[in-house]
Design a protein around this ligand. Structure first.
Ligand SMILES: *Cc1c(COP(=O)(O)O)cnc(C)c1O
Length: 376
């Protein structure tokens, strides 16, 4: 008999979410409006310490609206880390703008702030400043916002924080999602909290929140008939899903603690193996430990990253390579890239281990045993 499959980062929902969902159902607020939606937004805004939150159908929709808030238009450029999930760059393409990709720093796997500053300096000299910079909080660890904000402020370029993976993380005491013009959260099934699919735009700027809400609800003017002055989108989150989100946020501390336990366990139980290097944790903040990722040096470990993934797969354990950088993606072949060696190496050697908050001790032991079995 084989053990049950261990997934990379499955949803972790409980009776708390179930009750809130059924209460919402019974209330008949089965629509993209309702009291749970309002409560969910208020709860997340308070948690992050921002004035406004707009619940949306996905993190990608939130990125799209955040870029619109930054004024991104056809022909603009937007600086984007190459080492990210495709949604960060796709949202730029939706607006007929072009991403310029930047490499990461090996210290945090996040975008290198020196590359951002340098690219802004060069573009300012040419009179070709980007309309916005997107920073991504990779695998639940914040980017280095102090130098990023200094560089963006110097040239008056908007910063957007893609905190899709980082709810609950912090940077120098400030919550992930609170940096720049607007922050973006995701509640996709594999994220630290889930609504089964959803996202949020968070911001201190009331005009941005109002505009995002307007564009997310088909750009309906506030008159009795259907009046439209702009092309809108259908991007609002359902009230039922917001009810699930309310329960997940209530449990966020517990979910983060569980992932942190797993991260610590992996570090202890695999730390003695030569050839494995865990993703560095910067001293400027606290991650939410969304995924535990490491680099595999095939020579010293005795097997390469792909062999580990294959072996784990045979043990019914899901593990994945780190993100494939955008500058290596066929769809972005024609985009400009600055640097690239770091993100290419993270992709070649990076391994993400099962990190779900419902992982049992037995699950963790299975993962460790399977990784150790491939080691030299
Ligand atoms: C998940 C993710 C997104 C997109 O969020 P969805 O809710 O899946 O649309 C965007 N950026 C990053 C870095 C992500 O990990």
């Amino acid at each position: 008999m084989t053990d049950a499959r261990i997934y990379l980062s499955p949803p972790d929902v409980s009776d708390v979410e179930r009750k809130l969902l059924l209460d919402a159902f019974d209330s008949n607020w089965v629509a993209p409006v309702g009291p749970d939606l309002d409560a969910f937004e208020a709860q997340v805004a308070e948690l992050i310490g921002v004035r406004h939150a707009v619940a949306l159908s996905s993190g990608t929709a939130a990125l799209h609206l955040a870029l619109m808030a930054a004024g991104v238009r056809r022909g603009d450029t937007v600086l984007v880390p190459s080492f990210t999930f495709a949604a960060s760059a796709n949202a730029v393409m939706y607006l007929d703008a072009r991403p310029v990709f930047l490499d990461s720093t090996p210290d945090t796997w996040n975008v290198d702030p020196r590359l951002v500053a340098e690219e802004l300096r060069l573009r300012a000299a040419r009179g070709q400043l980007p309309r916005a910079v997107i920073a991504v909080d990779m695998y639940g660890q914040c980017a280095d916002y102090e130098p990023l904000l200094v560089a963006c402020d110097r040239y008056g370029v908007a910063l957007i924080e893609d905190a899709a993976e980082a709810l609950g993380a912090s940077y120098r005491g400030r919550a992930a999602g609170s940096f720049g013009l607007a922050g973006v959260l995701s509640f996709n099934g594999n994220k630290i909290i889930t609504t089964g699919g959803g996202g949020m735009l968070v911001t201190d700027d009331g005009r941005i929140a109002t505009q995002a809400r307007y564009l997310a609800t088909q750009a309906r003017e506030p008159v009795p008939h259907y009046e439209h002055r702009a092309v809108g989108h259908n991007y609002r989150l359902s009230n039922l899903l917001a009810a699930v989100g309310r329960g997940q946020v209530q449990r966020l501390d517990e979910l983060i603690a569980a992932r942190r336990r797993t991260a610590r366990y992996y570090r202890t139980a695999l730390g003695d193996l030569p050839g494995l290097t865990f993703m560095p944790v910067a001293d400027y903040g606290t991650p939410n430990w969304w995924l535990t990722c490491l680099l595999v040096d095939a020579g010293t470990f005795g097997a390469d990253r792909d062999r580990i993934i294959e072996h784990l797969g045979r043990q019914n354990i899901e593990a994945r390579p780190a993100w494939k950088p955008m500058h290596l993606q066929p769809v972005f072949r024609d985009c400009v890239m600055r640097g690239g060696a770091v993100s290419a190496d993270l992709f070649r050697r990076g391994l993400c281990l099962p990190s779900g908050s419902a992982l049992s001790d037995h699950d963790r032991e299975r993962v460790v045993a399977a990784v150790r079995a491939v080691a030299r």
